[in-house]
Design a protein around this ligand. Structure first.
Ligand SMILES: NC(=O)c1ccc[n+]([C@@H]2O[C@H](COP(=O)([O-])OP(=O)(O)OC[C@H]3O[C@@H](n4cnc5c(N)ncnc54)[C@H](O)[C@@H]3O)[C@@H](O)[C@H]2O)c1
Length: 286
């Protein structure tokens, strides 16, 4: 698939950030879009932007954690458009907190959205992608799916799982001779609202964390979407987004598990910066 003209493209989590930029660029490239999100307002904004670009779009509120809903959604999209050529499992949440201070419920929520959401989207759409005769499946992992980081154990667990799932699937699909190319995307920092929208363990100040994330040099969602779609066009197995992703990937290739000696102290410093001070905690409990 070198061109997206007339192809049906599905993007989850299309109401913000990378998903919104992907939707806009796919519309500009002539694709017909099936967009979804849990955020009604964000999704409506993306739909309006896509329509202004002249794109054909179907929008639906969809929680990727809901298996039955995703399965039904895939059938409705296939019915409306006749075929599904590209699926981007993009919806995701972030979470920051050390394991000792993280509730089971938060760990499960991150796995439910970031891992199970991808599994649901993949299983639901794979038969339709195969039937299209020219399918592309794109699962969004993270650089934290290649390298772990202190305070990101839940997120890293989900993103490592997405990468393992996606890479195994790529080999299976190839061995079976199915007409589907599978791509795993590992972005570094992308300047979206993901951290501001995120939850964190009780000891973490999300505002300070979001401010630190905003200060970090990251790529724009537009640049990230451009890199992702170039990788999809080329049918790449893995797409790294941003200089930080390339550097961290290189570090773990060269150092093996010893990359932790480099990344660990940096992560520890960041956690110290974003930890609520005891006085703040006291004030909140009054
Ligand atoms: N921004 C980064 O630095 C970065 C880095 C690496 C990977 N990623 C990944 O990129 C993807 C997009 O993130 P983003 O940065 O654009 O974030 P974002 O917060 O801007 O967008 C994520 C979208 O997913 C939606 N969403 C959340 N939970 C959902 C659910 N249960 N069902 C359906 N939709 C849901 C949100 O409403 C939001 O619109 C995520 O998978 C994220 O983990 C982001």
């Amino acid at each position: 698939m070198s061109e997206f003209v007339g192809k049906t493209a599905v993007v989850t989590g299309a109401g913000s950030g990378i998903g919104q930029a992907l939707a806009r660029q796919l519309a500009a490239a002539g694709a017909r879009l099936a967009l979804s999100d849990v955020d009604e307002v964000g999704l409506a904004a993306t739909v309006q932007q896509v329509r202004e670009l002249g794109g054909e779009v179907r929008a639906e509120i969809l929680d990727v954690r809901d298996r039955a809903a995703v399965l039904g959604y895939a059938d409705r999209v296939r019915e409306q458009f006749g075929a599904v050529h590209l699926v981007i499992n993009n919806a995701g949440v972030s979470f920051t907190g050390e394991i000792a201070e993280t509730d089971f419920a938060d760990l499960e929520r991150v796995m439910d959205v970031n891992f199970w959401g991808v599994v649901h989207g993949t299983k639901a759409f794979l038969p339709h992608l195969i039937a299209s005769g020219d399918g592309r499946l794109v699962n969004i992992s993270s650089i934290f799916g290649l390298v772990a980081f202190p305070g990101q154990s839940a997120y890293s667990a989900a993103k490592f799982a997405v990468r393992g799932f996606t890479e195994a699937l790529r080999m299976e699909v190839r061995a079976a001779g199915h007409p589907v190319r599978v791509t795993c995307v590992c972005p570094g920092g992308v300047k979206t609202a993901i951290v501001r929208n995120s939850r964190a363990a009780a000891g973490i100040d999300v505002d300070v964390l979001a401010a630190a994330f905003d200060r970090d040099p990251g790529v724009s969602p537009v640049a990230a979407a451009r890199t992702i779609l170039a990788g999809v066009r080329a049918g790449r197995a893995r797409v790294l987004v941003g200089r930080d992703a390339w550097l961290l990937d290189l570090a773990q290739r060269l150092l093996g598990p010893a990359y932790q000696r480099v990344v660990g102290p940096e992560g520890g410093r960041l956690l110290d910066q974003v930890r609520r001070r005891p006085l703040d905690r006291q004030r909140e409990s009054i």
